[in-house]
Design a binder for this molecule. Structure first.
Ligand SMILES: [Zn+2]
Length: 179
C-alpha cells in the first residue's frame, strides 16, 4: 500500500519531466521516508507480539512467575507483594514489560489479590472464557505475550466501571511514577 502511494507520488513528481520513461534510479523510494508520508496508517494500536517457547520463558522468569504467567497458577491470597500496595506508578507485565495497569485504577477489594477497575488500554489485555474448576470465569491475558495475569469479575459496584481485574502480584512488575 505504502509502496504504491510512494510510487504514485514519485511518478507524479517526475511526470511532467518524463511521462513515459521512468528512470529506475528514481523509482524505489528510500524505505525510511515511508513512515513520514502517512502517519495515520502506522500500526500504533497493535502491540508488538512477544513470543518465546516455554523453555525460554522458564529461563527468563522466576519459578513463581513461570507458574503463574505460563502455567496459569494462582498465588495464595493475601501473600502477593502488591495486594496492599498503593504507591503511585504503573504495573507492567512481569513477562514482557508491557504496561498494563495504572495505580490510579487500583483499589482495595479485600479479596487478597491486587485489584484494578480498568486496564491502561483495552487492547493491552486479552479476555478469554475460562471454564476450569467447573465454573465460568473470564481469564485476563497480556495481549502482547499471551501470559496469564488473572481473572476479571463484574462485582465491584463501588468503582467507576463495576469491574474488578483480579491480578496475581507475581504477574506484575511495579514501575514507580517519576517525581
Ligand atoms: Zn506480557
Amino acid at each position: 500500500m505504502m509502496t504504491k502511494i510512494m510510487a504514485i507520488l514519485v511518478s507524479c513528481s517526475i511526470g511532467t519531466v518524463a511521462c513515459d520513461s521512468r528512470p529506475a534510479a528514481v523509482a524505489p523510494p528510500p524505505p525510511t521516508a515511508a513512515p513520514h508520508m502517512e502517519p495515520s496508517t502506522m500500526p500504533t494500536t497493535e502491540p508488538d507480539k512477544v513470543t518465546h517457547t516455554e523453555e525460554e520463558w522458564k529461563k527468563l522468569l522466576t519459578p513463581e512467575q513461570f507458574a503463574v504467567l505460563r502455567q496459569k497458577a494462582t498465588e495464595a491470597p493475601f501473600t502477593g507483594k502488591y495486594d496492599e500496595f498503593f504507591q503511585p506508578g504503573a504495573y507492567a507485565c512481569a513477562a514482557c514489560g508491557q504496561e498494563l495497569f495504572s495505580s490510579d485504577t487500583k483499589f482495595n477489594s479485600g479479596c487478597g489479590w491486587p485489584a484494578f477497575y480498568a486496564a491502561k488500554a483495552g487492547d493491552r489485555v486479552k479476555l478469554v472464557p475460562d471454564y476450569s474448576f467447573g465454573t465460568k470465569r473470564t481469564e485476563v491475558l497480556c495481549a502482547r505475550c499471551g501470559s496469564h495475569l488473572g481473572h476479571i469479575f463484574d462485582d465491584a459496584p463501588q468503582t467507576p466501571t463495576g469491574e474488578r481485574y483480579c491480578i496475581n502480584s507475581a504477574a506484575l512488575k511495579f514501575i514507580p511514577a517519576k517525581k
